[in-house]
Design a protein around this ligand. Structure first.
Ligand code: SAM
Length: 289
């Protein structure tokens, strides 16, 4: 339904976890440590990667509302989190509206919640939440929707931690003469119509920082790039497939040269000589007291 496969979200999770900006995470933890039990609303939660990345780091008591429009992804949150919890030595138990997750120094009540966010956020049961989180979501949203998010955070005095927005910065090594063309086509595609209207794509992080700053929040941002080496074949292959699909949609008349580019790239990936970097930006916006 959403176009985001659970298998793709599982593949990228390791790269996301390694990429999250450590200074911003430290600031988020410092902010959290000034609070007691913490309510969090995760937008576009997918299979719950943000919960798994943040819950042990934030510590203490937490209540999470995980919001997505795709019921199939929401259904995978508990089993995915159970698998992860077993590898980490955490405990997980089914509860009435979701499950509880606990480990050394933290316990979280987790409620998956289905909602199409494209129409706005006003119907979300924020209760006593203090922060909105989102990972790999804001590059999908429109400028108008971003205004809604900032308005929502102002109205409810919510902080916002928005991680892993694609920022239009990418590079391959070894380089190919067609890389720049494919990159430009991909960025154009990223700025196309998505489920929130015309997407901000690579402009999302800058626009987010500007909007929250204009609304009087204290805003910090930091890079969170994916770094892939020769051994990261599956991730590079998956990204390559996405770039090729986007390019073919926008430039069907160039499909022959796009295919040749794909073959050259696949060869480098196959022999383990391909390195690839994809730029992202994390943002933390905190309401001024
Ligand atoms: C790139 S995925 C990121 C998922 C997750 N945050 C992660 O980091 O793995 C974007 C998520 O946004 C969700 N999404 C897209 N459009 C949405 C909408 N209109 N309402 C609610 N969720 C939406 C998708 O279903 C998907 O789970």
């Amino acid at each position: 339904m959403s176009g985001f496969e659970a298998s793709w979200l599982a593949l990228r999770a390791r790269y996301d976890a390694a990429a999250r900006n450590p200074e911003l995470l430290a600031r988020l933890v410092a902010w959290r440590q000034q609070r007691g039990p913490l309510g969090l609303v995760d937008l576009g939660s997918g299979t719950g990667a943000t919960l798994r990345a943040l819950a042990p780091v934030l510590g203490g008591e937490q209540r999470w509302l995980l919001v997505d429009h795709d019921p199939a992804l929401l259904d995978t949150i508990q089993p995915e989190t159970r698998r992860w919890a077993e590898t980490q030595g955490h405990e997980i138990h089914a509860a009435e509206a979701g499950f509880t997750l606990s480990g050394d120094g933290f316990s979280a009540q987790v409620t998956p919640f289905q909602a199409d966010l494209s129409g706005g956020l006003s119907a979300l049961p924020t209760q006593d939440a203090e922060i909105v989180t989102a990972s790999a979501l804001l590059d999908l949203v429109s400028a108008e929707w971003l205004e809604l998010l900032v308005g929502f955070c102002c109205e409810h005095r919510l902080a916002c931690y928005a991680a892993l927005s694609y920022d239009g910065d990418m590079g391959w090594n070894p380089q190919d003469r067609m890389d720049d063309d494919l990159h430009a086509l991909f960025d154009r595609h990223q700025r196309g119509e998505k489920s929130f209207g015309r997407a901000l794509g690579p402009d999302a992080a800058r626009a987010t920082a500007e909007c929250f700053t204009a609304a009087g929040f204290t805003v910090q941002s930091g890079k969170s790039d994916w770094q892939m080496g020769g051994e990261d074949r599956d991730m590079q292959e998956a990204l390559l497939a996405g770039y090729v699909q986007a390019a073919r949609e926008l430039a069907p008349d160039r499909s022959a040269e796009i295919e040749l580019w794909r073959q050259r790239r696949r060869m480098a990936i196959g022999i383990g000589s391909s390195r690839h970097r994809v730029g992202h930006i994390d943002i933390l916006a905190i309401p001024k007291s």
